[in-house]
Design a protein around this ligand. Structure first.
Ligand code: PHE
Length: 338
């Protein structure tokens, strides 16, 4: 083998071990420079090319090219390895931008229910819960609802089978609580309810209520008004007004529907309150003596009030949400706002 080819072999071995030993980018750059650079070892050999025996030139030429290619590849490979060491967990590069981890949060409905519970707890109520699936007896009979009342209809209430239904309100929990404990009773019942309604901007077949019940000696309609007004102020601010309108419910007598002054326009009239200045919230009233009899309470000894409260409605007013369906679609782009 010619002297020049032996020399190239020595250069290759030297270069390989130098690349191997380079333990940072600068060292590797130096190696690349001293072998492949303009004044490097391979360039030096190329410069002497003209002085070589013409018979050997093709072999030396191709060997030189091959060697350049090999060294280039080895250097690129090594550079890659050095980068990944830098990125590995032993080396902390504090110049890189941070990674933000997504943080979850409570659903706006649950945030509102939590706030409602907090307000009523402050007035001495405790939380009672019951099953979503209940009996027709608990849901209708015990609540003094006549056999032919339209709410019992299949078109209003979802039945699992005869006598068993998905509760259309959480008044079931009030019945269950009264059947299980003696007065006084002061509870709210937050929970999911079901009605056979076609979904639109203000109806969802699944929704949430937080109904209330207070039974004791000498509980009055004035107490009921006080509790609702206190709730309205705590929830929406001291400027809010409440009004009661006569109504009918089978389980309360007298009964009312109650409205809050529109917190969006301050009662002046806007699109949300349909220019009336008032927003309908729910129903309320004094517990009907028939309900007390059904649960074993003595209507001669105790009186009580009950009220309905829609968590969805309060949530929509609180956050200015125009369509109830947004609360059930679980689109994170919507939920992230709360
Ligand atoms: N249960 C009624 C409803 O779901 C609301 C209500 C509760 C009315 C208590 C009066 C008393 O619409």
């Amino acid at each position: 083998m010619s002297e020049i080819l032996t020399f190239l072999k020595t250069i290759e071995e030297e270069a390989r071990s130098a690349i191997e030993k380079a333990d940072d980018k600068t060292a590797l750059d130096n190696v690349a420079y001293s072998y492949l650079g303009r004044k490097g070892k391979l360039a030096e050999v190329s410069r002497g090319f003209g002085k070589l025996d013409p018979g050997i030139r093709p072999r030396v030429g191709s060997r030189l090219n091959e060697l350049k290619k090999t060294l280039n590849e080895l250097i690129t490979q090594k550079a890659g390895a050095l980068t990944s060491v830098l990125e590995s967990k032993d080396v902390f590069d504090y110049t890189l931008p941070g990674k933000r981890s997504p943080v979850g949060r409570r659903h706006p409905l649950m945030q509102t229910a939590d706030r409602m519970v907090q307000i009523f707890r402050g007035m001495g109520f405790s939380v009672a819960t019951g099953p979503d699936i209940d009996t027709e007896f608990i849901n209708f009979d015990a609540l003094n609802t006549p056999e032919d009342h339209p709410a019992r209809d299949l078109s209003d209430t979802f039945y699992i089978k005869k006598g068993i239904l998905l509760r259309p309100h959480t008044s079931t929990v009030q019945v269950r609580t009264m059947m299980a404990q003696k007065p006084p009773v002061r509870i709210i019942s937050p929970g999911r309810c079901y009605r056979s309604d076609a979904p639109d901007a203000s109806h969802s077949p699944v929704f949430y209520q937080c109904e209330g019940l207070y039974v004791d000696e000498r509980v009055t309609f004035g107490d009921l008004k006080g509790a609702i007004i206190q709730f309205a102020r705590d929830m929406f601010g001291p400027g809010i007004k409440v009004r009661f309108r006569p109504h009918f419910f089978p389980f309360t007598e007298p009964s009312a529907e109650y409205d809050f002054s529109c917190m969006i326009c301050g009662g002046n009239g806007c699109r949300v309150c349909k220019n009336s200045g008032w927003l309908e919230i729910s129903g309320a009233g004094m517990v009907d003596p028939e309900v007390f009899r059904a649960v074993g309470y003595d209507p001669g000894k105790v009186t009580g009030y009950a009220f309905g409260m829609g968590v969805d409605r309060i949530t929509m007013l609180r956050y200015r949400i125009g369509d109830i369906r947004l609360l059930y679609e679980n689109d994170v782009r919507f939920l992230r706002q709360f």
